[in-house]
Design a protein around this ligand. Structure first.
Ligand SMILES: O[B-]1(O)OCc2ccccc21
Ligand SMILES: [Zn+2]
Length: 259
């Protein structure tokens, strides 16, 4: 099926699991993209991203059949991010990972055409302008997603508490309670990030995401990243998802401090 996903046919391809178009026709800000260092423009007006999560807002882990989501109580401004490229604060709703069946290719975004074994998405929504996450998903400034690349290396203690809980959500639609987890332990301390206006990388692919992709990856060890050992085969992770839009439609800005 990989051959069928050549870039020419991809746009017309239907996702095998979702039977929905992979890209919305006429989409101008589709994700993921290949982040090319040389395309990124230093933006002096970008601020550091401010992250303040309250671990008591962590609710449960849910296997939705495509991945597992760690979901948070987003009924108040308790776990929020602000600053960076954002006009106002955004509330943490859930985080999830994308990984592949083989180690050297699992991320959605690539950096200079290089895949990482996995990619973490921390999904936030604009509760200042919109009444619910579902409403925000449809708006251009509705979501802010922090992307963190995972690379093979040292064991990640913070991640281990999550990995230990995964066997309990092996099957689609299982939910287990998971509390007192602070996901900021999964975000690199280096403040540098790329940012661009993009979309969900999974259906409905709505163009509502301000992407904030951390420049430095976090290190996890082999067992931790082979999450598919503990989960049933997740949604198709063939490159059909990796719509590499080399087009220069997205302005890619970079925030960096000396670090
Ligand atoms: O497509 B994604 O995984 O990336 C951004 C996002 C936001 C909300 C749900 C799912 C996603
Ligand atoms: Zn994602």
């Amino acid at each position: 099926s990989l051959a069928a996903c050549s870039s020419k046919t991809r746009n017309a391809a239907l996702h095998p699991l979702w039977q929905s178009p992979l890209t919305i026709p006429g989409g101008t800000r589709q994700s993921p993209i290949n982040i090319q260092w040389r395309d990124s423009v230093y933006d002096p007006f970008l601020k550091p991203l401010k992250i303040s999560y309250d671990p008591t807002t962590c609710l449960h882990i849910w296997n939705n059949g495509y991945s597992f989501l760690v979901e948070f109580d987003d009924s108040a401004d308790k776990s929020i991010i602000v600053g960076g490229p954002l006009e106002n604060q955004y509330r943490l709703k859930q985080f999830h990972f994308h990984w592949g069946a083989i180690n050297d290719w699992g991320s959605e975004h690539t950096v200079d055409s290089k895949f990482y074994p996995a990619e973490l998405h921390l999904v936030h929504w604009n509760a200042v302008d919109y009444p619910s996450f579902e409403d925000a998903v449809m708006e251009g400034n509705g979501l802010a997603v922090i992307g963190v690349f995972l690379k093979l290396g040292a064991r990640h203690e913070g991640l281990q508490t999550l990995v230990d809980a995964l066997p309990a959500v092996r099957h689609k639609d299982t939910v287990i309670e998971f509390d007192e987890f602070d996901p900021s332990c999964l975000i690199p301390s280096c403040p540098d990030y790329w940012t661009y206006a993009g979309s969900l990388t999974t259906p409905p692919l709505t163009e509502s995401v301000t992407w904030i992709i951390k420049k430095k990856p976090i290190e996890v060890d082999e067992d931790q990243v082979n999450l598919n050992f503990t989960l049933l085969p997740q949604r198709c992770s063939e490159p059909v998802f990796h719509q590499q839009f080399s087009g220069k439609t997205q302005k890619l800005s970079v925030f960096s401090e000396i670090c």
